[in-house]
Design a protein around this ligand. Structure first.
Ligand code: URA
Length: 239
């Protein structure tokens, strides 16, 4: 339980500097329980707090845990250079909260991308020690052969990696489509593994992380949702 002044609450939720939040409040743009609050220092219990800014209702969230169905042609980098950044698909104030992608997908990769402003969560999810499987569906230029599947399962040597990297699951879905499950998240890993095994990835989608399935979230490309505790629990490594 924590009580905070309204200007601090708005600032923590990404609505701007403290000064800017004070102005919003004084101008009558902030409502709580249907009442316009103009006292910037009025204190509120933050757990379960709902507030409206410019008539849009928000729930107080200490941290943000978000799943995005990333479309192609968006960059995960903080300073996108050739395409818009994935942050542009989220409400503006999330950027001010320093929401970041958890790991990266290439600009042309689609599918499940986690985003958060919780540094400990981002760190834990990105740790190589954490064996959370990531499931990809890859389209291939050459037909998928039993040899390719075998090669990806037994491990392929990538230039800058000391040891071969192997898929933990690799299944042919159709003539030119492969399901591939990885526990690491190395740079361009799926594409480089396919190239090293003599094929070429023509499209890539991440469909699951741990037990969290993109399909179950019901997000169209470009849509996002908050993750609840049950969904976050699906991201934990198997015991
Ligand atoms: N592997 C890749 O090659 N690209 C991605 O975006 C994710 C995994």
């Amino acid at each position: 339980m924590s009580k905070q002044a309204l200007d601090r609450i708005l600032q923590s939720q990404g609505f701007g500097t403290r000064k800017w939040c004070q102005r919003l409040i004084e101008d009558g743009d902030v409502c709580i329980a249907g009442e316009i609050i103009t006292d910037t220092r009025a204190c509120f219990e933050t757990s379960d707090l709902q507030f409206a800014v410019y008539d849009e209702v928000w729930k107080f969230r200490e941290h943000l845990y978000i799943a995005l169905n990333k479309p192609a042609d968006y960059e995960c980098s903080r300073k996108p250079s050739h395409h818009p950044g994935v942050l542009s698909l989220l409400p503006e104030q999330f950027a001010l909260r320093d929401v970041q992608p958890v790991g990266r997908l290439d600009h042309d990769t689609t599918g499940l991308l986690l985003m958060s402003d919780d540094g400990a969560f981002i760190h834990a999810q990105s740790s190589p020690k954490r064996h959370v499987p990531k499931i990809y569906v890859a389209a291939t230029h050459e037909a998928v052969t039993p040899e390719l599947v075998k090669h990806l399962l037994s491990g392929v040597k990538l230039n800058d990696e000391p040891a071969p990297l192997a898929a933990i699951v690799c299944e042919k879905l159709d003539e030119h489509t492969l399901k591939i499950v990885l526990e690491q998240g190395k740079y361009h890993q799926v594409k480089r593994m396919l190239a090293a095994a003599g094929n070429h990835c023509t499209a890539l989608c991440r469909t699951e992380i741990g037990g969290l399935k993109l399909d179950a979230l019901g997000l169209k490309e470009g849509e996002w949702c908050y993750l609840d505790d049950a969904q976050l629990a699906l991201l934990k490594p198997a015991e």
